[in-house]
Design a protein around this ligand. Structure first.
Ligand code: NDP
Length: 456
């Protein structure tokens, strides 16, 4: 049977676009559909605009810090509309780059919603197209709050287009999005309450990072409400009230629910193709993203595995090469570095202390210090760096940092850690002085031993 396309990709986010472009470059006839915006969540309502907003918040902090260095400048009231307009222009530029890249690689673009009408057939905005293989790359969407009054909350998609900056913001959740926007709003001058059901933010991250982040948030003026369950949100005029299970109430002008994301599978007609979901409601996949239907694949957040843009890109690229090239490109998805753009940011690669300790004894090296800039700025902001070293092999199995430039530093270290560097390799490396990063190669005194030996 002949099809309209060799490969059809549903979803024009980072993963889908990469998959389509690489497949087309390898000679496949490729189509791609995107109903909302090219570049997907990351470019439009995620990583990119978020980081621009974090930068805006940090400019205010930096201006305030400059007086410690002799500059007579102090930040004035922040112009929210100017930031949003400038951000929108930049995102528009990125959208058109995505679209141009696709056109340049010969991919047929459909600005429409695509849904399955059969295993090889899609209705793309009313047009029926057929494809030998289909890739689902529709990403995720913010989870809607389930408590009464959820309609009074905004989600991250809304936060990028607020007409004005609210004076009082309550963030619900203690994950990536909540802590990043806590930094944005606090840095731009809002009062911020962060309400989370754990006692510390970022469950799953190394405990020293979580503690360091809680201290940093508090130093930035964010009020933390750990161990708090939201019962309901009520609204009276413009004022919202968050009612907690312990009886406490918190008032805010804006309630921002950042309670995780779910796979975007609604309306795709997966049942028409027989594609199965897993127990999390995400598309169930095996190696290379193959679903239970041999010619249908899924990549990125719609599979709800490691929900990070570079991972979706790696999956899309690998799949295209596996199908139309010389076999899949290999990525090591066990030790993917990740960063949280809180203020200051944090970044991590490899195992946490607790994870490593379950596998055997580990040597832990921790360094906490005031970064050079803040010796003069007077700002209360600490840097923490940590290495987790497998005692038997002396391999560095985890590196964690909170502090300025943490994502830039950990990106470099992740190469060494993925290459299997030992603590001896770190120790033999001569540092760059004066930097914060040199601390990673000068930590000589073990802070503690964790794991089996420590328990004995
Ligand atoms: P996360 O999964 O990171 O965090 C969700 C938060 O909501 C957790 O603190 C969770 O608590 C809490 N939560 C979930 N359900 C409830 C509930 N019913 N009541 C109270 N609290 C609840 O989600 P985010 O929305 O912050 O981010 C989504 C994903 O997007 C991230 O996991 C990440 O993959 C990606 N992302 C990546 C970024 C980056 O790379 N810098 C930036 C932003 C997002 P608990 O811990 O108890 O489950």
């Amino acid at each position: 049977m002949s099809y309209d396309f060799d490969l059809f990709v549903i979803g024009g986010g980072s993963g889908g676009v990469r998959c389509a472009r690489i497949a087309a470059g390898l000679g496949a006839k490729v189509g791609i559909a995107e109903a909302r915006f090219w570049g997907g969540t990351c470019v439009n309502v995620g990583c990119v605009p978020k980081k621009l907003m974090v930068m805006a918040a940090e400019y205010g902090n930096t201006a305030a810090d400059a007086s410690g260095f002799g500059w007579g400048i102090m930040p004035t009231e922040h112009n929210w509309q100017a930031l949003i307009e400038a951000k929108n222009v930049e995102i528009g530029r990125l959208n058109s780059i995505y679209s141009r890249l696709l056109a340049g690689s010969g991919v047929a673009e459909f600005n429409a919603f695509a849904r399955f009408t059969g295993p090889h057939t899609l209705d793309v905005g009313g047009q029926i197209v057929t494809a030998e293989r289909i890739v689902i790359a529709t990403g995720g969407k913010p989870a809607a709050p389930e408590f009464p009054g959820g309609e009074h909350c905004i989600i991250s998609d809304d936060a990028f287009f607020l007409p004005e900056r609210p004076k009082r913001v309550a963030l619900l959740g203690g994950g990536y999005i909540a802590v990043e926007f806590a930094g944005v709003f606090a840095g731009l001058g809002s009062e911020v309450d962060l309400i989370m059901r754990q006692t510390l933010p970022l469950r799953g991250f190394d405990e020293d990072l979580r503690t360091g982040l809680a201290e940093a948030l508090t130093a930035n003026g964010v009020r933390l409400h750990g161990g708090s369950a939201v019962v309901k949100v009520t609204a009276e005029g413009a004022v919202k009230t968050i009612h907690l299970a312990n009886g406490e109430t918190i008032q805010a002008d804006l309630v921002f629910a950042a309670l995780g994301r779910t796979a975007a599978v609604g309306g795709l007609g997966l049942e028409s193709a027989g594609v199965a979901l897993n127990d999390k409601g995400a598309v169930a996949v095996g190696d290379l993203g193959v679903t239970n239907i041999a010619h249908i694949y899924a990549i990125g957040d719609v599979t709800d595995r490691l929900n990070l843009t570079p991972v979706a890109i790696a999956e899309g690229h690998s799949l295209a090469e596996a199908l139309y090239g010389k076999g899949p490109r290999k990525w090591d998805l066990d030790r993917v570095a990740t960063a949280v753009f809180s203020i200051p940011p944090l970044a991590t690669v490899g195992l946490t202390e607790d994870e490593a300790a379950t596998r055997g004894p580990v040597d832990i090296y921790v360094s906490r210090f005031t970064p050079m800039r803040h010796t003069l700025s007077g700002r209360v902001r600490k840097t923490m760096m940590k290495l987790v070293v497998d005692q038997a092999s002396q391999r560095v199995v985890g590196a964690h940092m909170i502090g300025e430039d943490a994502p830039e530093i950990i990106q470099g270290l992740s190469i060494a850690i993925n290459a299997g560097a030992t603590k001896g390799d770190f120790d033999r490396t001569v540092g760059i002085h004066p930097t914060a990063a040199e601390e990673f190669v000068t930590m000589r005194t073990r802070t503690r031993v964790a794991g089996v030996l420590a328990a004995e």
